[in-house]
Design a protein around this ligand. Structure first.
Ligand SMILES: *Cc1c(COP(=O)(O)O)cnc(C)c1O
Length: 369
């Protein structure tokens, strides 16, 4: 068995082992400063270097254009469900595409701040697909259009971002990319704002990344708290108050790790994406080839990061999980709202972890299928 178990948790989730070791080695003394990162003043020169490197590495990794500001915030993905409308809605129309549990939450929260409409909703069919943008009933006066580009619970992913201008809509697109950020490139020409809680794919809980086009700054509702006002946070370079220093530091290590990835002649994010495609194909193929396991998502919308599946014989669920755990494959239980299993195979999951899971699927089916 692998020294540590393979962790398929949806989040907080696994981190690259080399990053954990680096953080552990620097825990008591960061770069000879005599201080651990958690103990440093956020205003000191040491943390200043950490923050600057994290931002510039992220910009390089995701090819973020200069017109976008990078904000390191707190409050999680759920916090952004309120912070986005507080900043962008101006109290007006908010259009939301509902493709799963997370965008449904965004719709509900945004309703407190503006005139909200679900312009498409896949609830009736169980959130198993991405509705074609040509059918979205976007309003010409929408302040923004919200989509969750990877539904962590339902395992549904946008493999292409919608082009709102092609729909005759000038509103900015807001994407909740919490659970697949840095797993693939983002087409910034189609995005106004992207946000992501760190704890799925880039670091510890407590850090929320916001990448926002500068033209969207400065329109917060008067009731918006200053620490959640994007313009104020951008102006203060994420230092309006104490930022989540530890989270920024660990995410910074993850960004360096991602930039250093290599795969079949590819580097950085391209290498990471190629590996994610390979991992997802291995797992979906194993599920599709079996008689015991089922994934219900439209193949064109299947998530590369979160793979929900169920056993046709649900009475085997507990035994499946117990025998998986004996092999060092942990946190495979599905979300309580959908049941079954879920394997989250984020950036830090090695191909070997997916292969070990595929072996377990096959062995378990041979014994019990
Ligand atoms: C986990 C998750 C959230 C919520 O994140 P919190 O940090 O717990 O608030 C929001 N959106 C998506 C897509 C998520 O996966």
């Amino acid at each position: 068995m692998h020294a540590r178990p393979y962790n398929f948790s949806a989040g907080p989730a696994l981190l690259p082992e080399t990053v954990l070791r680096e953080a552990a080695a620097e825990m008591l003394d960061w770069h000879g400063s005599g201080l651990g990162v958690m103990e440093m003043s956020h205003r000191g020169p040491e943390f200043g270097r950490i923050l600057e490197a994290a931002e510039s590495d992220l910009r390089m990794l995701l090819s973020i254009p200069p017109a976008f500001r990078v904000l390191f915030m707190q409050g999680g993905g759920l916090g952004q469900n309120a912070i986005v409308p507080l900043n962008l809605s101006r109290g007006g129309a908010i259009d939301v595409v509902v493709t799963g549990a997370w965008s449904a939450k965004s719709l509900k929260e945004a309703a407190r701040y503006g005139d909200v409409r679900a312009v498409a909703n896949t609830a009736a069919s169980g959130h198993r697909s991405i509705p074609a943008p040509s059918g979205w009933a976007v309003r010409p006066d929408a302040s923004y259009v919200h989509v969750c580009t990877n539904e962590t619970i339902h395992g549904v992913e946008f493999h292409e971002l919608p082009d709102l201008r092609a729909l005759g809509c000038d509103a900015p697109l807001v994407i909740d990319c919490s659970s697949h950020v840095a797993s693939r490139p983002i087409d910034w020409s189609r995005v106004g704002l992207a946000f992501a809680g760190a704890q799925k794919n880039i670091g510890p809980a407590g850090l929320t990344l916001v990448i926002v086009h500068e033209s969207l700054l400065g329109h917060a509702l008067p009731a918006c708290p200053s620490v959640f006002d994007y313009a104020a946070v951008a102006e203060a370079k994420s230092m309006l108050n104490t930022p989540p220093t530890w989270g920024i530091y660990v995410a910074g290590l993850v960004f360096k790790w991602l930039l250093a990835q290599r795969e079949g002649g590819l580097e950085g994010l391209a290498a990471v994406e190629a590996r994610n495609i390979r991992k997802a194909a291995l797992l979906y193929d194993a599920i599709d080839r079996s008689q015991l396991y089922v994934n219900d998502v439209d193949p064109a919308a299947r998530s590369r990061m979160n793979v929900p599946f169920r056993l046709r014989d649900e009475s085997l669920n507990a035994r499946f999980l117990a025998t998986a755990s004996e092999r060092g494959l942990v946190q495979l239980k599905g979300h309580k709202s959908v049941g079954g299993m879920r394997a989250s195979i984020y950036n830090a999951m090695p191909v070997e972890g997916v292969l070990a899971l595929v072996d377990h699927l096959r062995d378990f089916e041979a014994r019990h299928g």
